[in-house]
Design a protein. Structure first.
Length: 141
């Protein structure tokens, strides 16, 4: 996790903001486009981690991306009470760690499960989460 440090805020426009959200499943693009309050829900953080990790992102950079969304936007005084970097790192590290240690066996990493949980903002978005599951399994060996 710490081998891939987060980009500093002054580099977000050249790094995290260049992510093509249109190329992602809606369950990933929607919370990244409209993070308040979707990125406060662990299930959305989980699918963001799973998909981006499958696409080659490292967990440290995923946490940086989540932080960049936490620190900008319409949050009111939320981040006056909480540290956005700590919260982003906590959730991403937790979700990635559950995969690495085998607790999360990715059994629900598919579109049907995402929809059944109520976390599919656009069914039939043209993506198949099962494909990303296969990519992630291959990537992690």
């Amino acid at each position: 996790f710490s081998q891939c440090p987060q980009e500093p805020p002054e580099r977000w426009t050249e790094s995290y903001d260049r992510l093509n959200l249109a190329a992602l499943p809606s369950c990933v693009a929607a919370p990244l486009s409209n993070p308040n309050d979707w990125l406060l829900k662990p299930t959305f953080v989980q699918v963001v981690v799973r998909v981006l990790w499958a696409l080659g992102w490292e967990p440290g950079h995923i946490a940086g991306l989540v932080r960049s969304r936490y620190e900008r936007g319409n949050w009111g005084d939320t981040w006056d009470q909480y540290d956005a970097a700590t919260r982003a790192s906590f959730w991403v590290r937790l979700m990635a760690g559950l995969i690495v240690d085998g607790t999360d066996q990715l059994g629900d990493f598919n579109c049907v499960s995402q929809n059944e949980k109520g976390y599919c903002p656009q069914p039939y978005c043209g993506h198949n989460l099962a494909t990303y599951r296969e990519m992630l399994v291959r990537r992690l060996g």
